[in-house]
Ligand binder design. Structure first.
Ligand SMILES: NC(=O)c1ccc[n+]([C@@H]2O[C@H](COP(=O)([O-])OP(=O)(O)OC[C@H]3O[C@@H](n4cnc5c(N)ncnc54)[C@H](O)[C@@H]3O)[C@@H](O)[C@H]2O)c1
Length: 257
């Protein structure tokens, strides 16, 4: 069995790519530089469309944005329908939409637990399920989802148990979907970042917080959105067609196993 090659013109859909200093927006720019057409799904439709417009203008690729809460399956499906109608063949999905949850376990409410699992785990399922339906009929596809070092080390960063549980779920989900869809030409992988310099951990990080977060790792710094963008670019590339079910740790050596 040989691998199905990528089409001449290909699209990647990224969820959670509208926040100005986030990993998603930086990744969308990086992938557009590499020639990918870009679809963006984020909570705020206007923000998603603004990032898409900025990408199309700066990189000369096709780009479109749609609004959806990833925890709402009907909204997710409608957003994919709109993006697929506007853009070339969907080849890759990158699941970046996510929320932090610094609530200690003994204080976590039923609502907070449900919110975090709904967005960080069920959201990955809803988007993946819709995207792979198209990929299976095309015979080729790539899915990458963002987990976290906190899933592997049991927290120890900003977020606590609800987040760790959801992000650990992403790793199990990734392995299982990889196994089920390998024969359909689809690879499914996760990236597990250590602390990255974005605003998700309760606002912009001070130099002091960055130094404290870096202290645990092997490399003397925290990560940048570009560190993650480069890993995404590899895992969704045509060349990564023999890599599936993996979790790539991009964490400065925080977690080794
Ligand atoms: N920054 C880190 O240190 C770090 C570490 C490990 C994992 N991650 C993961 O990387 C991903 C990106 O995080 P980031 O640091 O860029 O954060 P960010 O807050 O900058 O970006 C998160 C994005 O997700 C969107 N979003 C949130 N809830 C949504 C929903 N219900 N539906 C649709 N979109 C929604 C937000 O609008 C935002 O654009 C997240 O999944 C996060 O858990 C981040």
């Amino acid at each position: 069995m040989t691998a199905t090659s990528f089409p001449e013109s290909k699209t990647v859909v990224l969820t959670g790519a509208a926040s100005p200093r986030g990993i998603g927006r930086a990744s969308a720019h990086h992938l557009a530089e590499l020639g990918w057409n870009i679809g963006i799904i984020d909570l705020d439709e206007a923000a998603a469309q603004a990032v898409a417009a900025e990408i199309a203008e700066q990189h000369g690729v096709q780009a479109a944005g749609a609004g959806a809460n990833v925890a709402d399956e009907a909204q997710v499906r409608a957003a994919f329908d709109a993006l697929e109608a506007a853009l070339p063949q969907l080849v890759a999905l990158v699941n970046l939409a996510g929320v932090a949850s610094p609530v200690p376990y003994l204080e976590v409410s039923a609502d907070e637990w449900k919110r975090v699992i709904d967005i960080n785990l069920n959201g990955v399922h809803y988007t993946t399920r819709r995207a792979v339906e198209s990929m299976v009929s095309n015979g080729v596809g790539r899915v990458v989802s963002l987990s976290s070092v906190s899933a592997q080390r049991g927290g120890g960063t900003f977020s606590k148990t609800a987040y760790s549980a959801a992000k650990a779920g992403v790793i199990g989900f990734t392995r299982s979907v990889a196994r089920e869809l390998g024969h359909d030409g689809i690879t499914v992988n996760a990236i597990s970042p250590g602390p990255i310099d974005t605003d998700i951990m309760g606002g912009t990080l001070t130099e002091e917080r960055k130094a404290a977060m870096a202290a645990d790792g092997v490399l003397p710094r925290i990560g940048t959105p570009r560190d993650i963008a480069a890993a995404i670019a590899y895992l969704i590339s045509e060349d990564a067609g023999f890599v599936t079910g993996q979790t790539l740790n991009v964490d400065g050596g925080l977690y080794m196993h």
